[in-house]
Design a protein around this ligand. Structure first.
Ligand code: TRP
Ligand code: SF4
Length: 327
């Protein structure tokens, strides 16, 4: 029997950071062998917020792709491709845009959140409003079963399911209702305590040197009630401790205790975290610098992904046209 399809898209906003890694990438890599995997870089989605300055999207995409391969996404097991290489996605977006009621998009919480967080950009565009419609087309063009996403993407996935139902209801069954696969660590906070995101300027990147990681962890806010070294700390309200939850599951208890018992100062605690994070990235960084020197390989991976995915996408579009009756 064919393996179920797992698919996830990735915004190529430059080099990856820890938020990406502990969001859906780890999930995807961990399950690679169980599924038929689709992993793609969503440059059209990037355009929805970067349309005034799109020149860097391609470079970001390549950087991101190198990151993904260095992290262990295996092009033999995974269709690795870029969204803009699959024109069938735009055609499907068009059909979906015909049947998607505006209120579904207007009430989407991520829509409202991004508009208020990214005030320097004019996001009152059709393209940005229909971001979830494009995402539905990404997912349904290959009829994915599972979509590993961070918690913040759940509303988009719900819209995908609604669009799928509505299409099938109007025209007959073509699409599945894909399931979200939530990653365990959910939102990773940035150095300022907000969600980690390049656009908020609070990210630790996978390519950051030890020194840079140390500087960034030093800036992070800890337990606000802990002013002096001898004040007992409250790890549960500390951003640093949240990172330890990801990196040091094995000795988390003792890390928490030395904080509560005021046995360690926050600066030392932060520096140890920086060390731990850097150690976890060392192998990746070495692999990455090798790959960077082999661009031919990188481009051939993209070409292959494009070919494989278009073959599937063309079949979906043929079925869609037939159902709608414009075949
Ligand atoms: N919207 C997702 C994000 O910002 C990226 C994305 C686009 C995606 N298309 C997708 C994720 C399809 C999963 C499936 O992270
Ligand atoms: Fe946070 Fe560590 Fe300081 Fe405790 S000692 S408040 S865990 S940084």
């Amino acid at each position: 029997m064919a393996k179920p399809i797992m698919l996830t898209g990735f915004r190529p906003t430059g080099k990856l950071h820890l938020g990406h890694l502990h969001g859906n990438i780890m999930n995807m890599i961990g399950h690679q062998h169980q599924y038929d995997n689709y992993f793609f870089l969503v440059d059209w989605h990037a355009l929805s917020t970067e349309y005034q300055n799109p020149k860097h999207i391609k470079k970001n995409l390549i950087d991101c792709l190198i990151d993904l391969i260095a992290l262990g996404i295996d092009p033999q097991q995974t269709h690795l491709y870029r969204q803009s290489d699959i024109p069938e996605i735009t055609e499907l977006t068009l059909y979906f845009s015909m049947i998607t009621p505006l209120p579904w998009l207007e009430r989407c919480p991520t829509y409202k959140e991004q508009i208020s967080q990214l005030q320097s950009k004019d996001l009152s565009t059709l393209g940005f409003l229909s971001y979830p419609v494009l995402m539905a087309a990404d997912i349904l063009i290959v009829n994915a079963d599972m979509v590993p996403v961070g918690e913040d993407q759940l509303p988009h996935l719900e819209i995908t399911r609604e669009i799928s139902r509505r299409f099938n209801h109007f025209y007959g069954p073509v699409f599945k209702e894909p399931q979200a696969m939530l990653s365990q660590s959910k939102r990773v906070m940035g150095t300022d305590g907000r969600k980690m995101s390049k656009s908020y300027g609070n990210a630790i990147f996978l390519t950051d040197s030890k020194e840079v990681i140390r500087k960034k962890t030093r800036m992070m806010i800890t337990d606000p009630q802990r002013v002096r070294l001898k004040d007992p700390g409250h790890p549960d309200v500390c951003n640093i401790f949240d990172f330890y939850k990801i990196y040091r599951q094995n000795d988390l208890g003792s890390i928490g205790d030395r904080c509560k018992n005021a046995e360690i100062g926050c600066t030392q605690c932060k520096d140890e975290l920086a060390e731990t994070i850097y150690e976890s990235l060392k192998d990746f960084q070495a692999k990455r610098s090798l790959l960077e020197k082999d661009m031919k390989k990188i481009y051939s991976i993209l070409d292959r992904g494009k070919e494989e995915v278009r073959a599937v996408a063309k079949k979906t579009i043929a079925a869609v046209r037939e159902k709608i009756g414009i075949d």
